[in-house]
Structure formats: structure tokens, C-alpha cells
Design a protein around this ligand. Structure first.
Ligand SMILES: Nc1ncnc2c1ncn2[C@@H]1O[C@H](COP(=O)(O)OP(=O)(O)O)[C@@H](O)[C@H]1O
Ligand SMILES: [Mg+2]
Length: 254
């Protein structure tokens, strides 16, 4: 088979040309970066876990009627996705204070917020993905007002879904980040959920112990990142088929 053409290499993933018009292959690397890539390492197995976990969440969201870019998983590290025109925003939802918000407002990490808060940063590595007010988004044409409304509505649905799924396995969803893209049906743009949903882009704390099961383990040198992600996958019944564990629940993947 001919080598696929590489279209983009990011910090955590590589995008290749897909087999059909309008598709891409998303490859999950083992690279971990934090603090705008100032801290970096290779974490054996992370890509495999994120590929599976993103498949799991995107599939579940698809089943409750949230349109996503996910088509199918191809192998351990790759998934086939719909090619989208990415809205240059990181859409962040916070249920509990943590990270930059806790710091900015002087709120103790883990404090429940009065309600889920949606915020946006402008996707630009050179600028360090700065937080932007909604007005900038419309003024600079990154999204229309109508799109922004839809982005917020969908993001809150994603939050409810993810919070519930996590709660079911004893995990608190502190916050997460998602991205949206446009696909065109004729001239008509439609928004879909793109990129990935994985412990790289969520904060996940064990409900009982408060143990961190997300990328903060890497950011803050709290232990083995693969072990943390494996624990999330194990609880959700999502595990790479070559990993055998005693006592796992029935697996949800085929
Ligand atoms: N369905 C899609 N179509 C086109 N681009 C996408 C899609 N899903 C994600 N992307 C983009 O692909 C890149 C994924 O690679 P990643 O390593 O996360 O990059 P980055 O370092 O830019 O965050 C991101 O820039 C993301 O916006
Ligand atoms: Mg990214």
C-alpha cells in the first residue's frame, strides 16, 4: 500500500490524507507536551490509549445525537475522520476550579463552580492560546454568532454526557477542552465535534481519593501517565485488545 501523504504534524497527533475525498487519517503519537510545549516527553502507549478513548467518547456522543468527525478506528493508533475546517478556538468547560482559572481568580483547585462555565481561547501556539472574550470571536470572524450559540449548546451537552459517563466510573470531570470544525454540504456549513476527547484534554479526578487521572500527572510530575490513562480506560471497559487484565468489565469495543 502506498504511504499516505502527511498533511500536518501537531504536538500529539499527525493528520494524513484519507482514502476518500473529505476524509483524513488521524494518528495518535506518544508525545506529551505541556506549558505550550516547553515541557515534552515520549510516553510509551499514550497514543494507543487516546485513540481508543477518543473513539469511545466520540461514538457515545454520536449515539446521543452530537455530530462528530469520527468515522471509524483503523488500527491501534489511527482513526478515520471527516476532514473539517477547524474553528480556531479551544472551547473549554469548567465544572470545578483548576489550573489557570484557579490561579487567575485565586480559587482553591477542586472548588465546585456555581454552574458549568464555558470559555474560549484562540488557537495559536505562538501566542500561547490566549483566552478571548466572545466579542472577539465574532469581531475577528472566527465564528458567527449563530455558530457560537450552537458551539455553546453542543459543548454543554458534551459536558453533561462526559460528566455522567465519568461519574458512573467514580471519576469527577473537573474541566475539558474540545474543538469544532465545519464540514460543507453543498455551500452550507455544518458544525461537528473534531480533534479528540481524551485524558490529554480533560481533568479527571478520582471521586473518592482525588487522585489525578489526566495530563496533570505529566505536567506536575505526579507519577506514571500511562498508568493513569490505563486506569481510566479500564474503568470505562475500553482497553487495547493486546492488554490482558484480570477482572475487567465486559469490553465495549470489538
Ligand atoms: N476533523 C478534523 N479535520 C481537520 N483538522 C482537524 C480535525 N480534527 C482535528 N484537527 C486538527 O488536527 C490537529 C491535531 O493534531 P494536534 O497534535 O492536536 O495538533 P496541535 O499541536 O495543533 O494541537 C489540530 O490542529 C486539530 O485542530
Ligand atoms: Mg491539539
Amino acid at each position: 500500500m502506498a504511504r499516505r501523504k502527511k498533511l500536518y504534524e501537531g504536538k500529539a497527533k499527525v493528520l494524513y490524507e484519507g482514502p476518500e475525498q473529505g476524509t483524513l487519517v488521524q494518528y495518535f503519537k506518544d508525545d506529551a507536551t505541556a506549558f505550550n510545549a516547553e515541557k515534552r516527553d515520549v510516553i510509551e502507549g499514550k497514543g494507543v490509549l487516546n485513540n481508543r478513548l477518543s473513539e469511545f467518547f466520540m461514538t457515545g456522543l454520536g449515539q446521543i445525537g452530537v455530530p462528530t468527525h469520527f468515522i471509524k478506528r483503523l488500527n491501534m493508533r489511527e482513526q478515520l475522520i471527516k476532514a473539517a475546517e477547524i474553528v480556531p478556538l479551544e472551547v473549554i468547560v469548567r465544572n470545578f476550579a483548576a489550573g489557570s482559572m484557579a490561579k487567575r481568580l485565586g480559587i482553591e483547585e477542586g472548588t465546585r463552580l456555581p454552574r458549568p462555565i464555558v470559555e474560549f481561547s484562540y488557537k495559536d501556539d505562538a501566542l500561547g492560546d490566549p483566552l478571548v472574550p466572545e466579542e472577539y470571536i465574532m469581531a475577528f470572524g472566527w465564528a458567527t454568532q449563530q455558530e457560537l450559540g450552537e458551539i455553546v449548546d453542543t459543548t454543554l451537552r458534551v459536558n453533561d454526557y462526559l460528566s455522567g459517563v465519568m461519574y458512573g466510573v467514580g471519576i469527577k470531570l473537573i474541566d475539558f477542552k474540545i474543538e469544532f470544525g465545519r464540514i460543507y454540504e453543498g455551500d452550507f456549513p455544518r458544525l461537528i465535534l473534531a480533534d479528540e476527547i481524551s485524558p490529554d484534554s480533560c481533568r479527571l479526578w478520582d471521586i473518592e481519593t482525588g487522585e489525578k487521572l489526566d495530563k496533570d500527572v505529566f505536567r506536575r510530575d505526579l507519577g506514571n501517565l500511562t498508568d493513569a490513562y490505563t486506569e481510566v480506560a479500564r474503568r470505562l471497559g475500553v482497553l487495547p485488545s493486546n492488554v490482558t487484565h484480570a477482572n475487567t468489565k465486559p469490553t465495549l469495543i470489538n
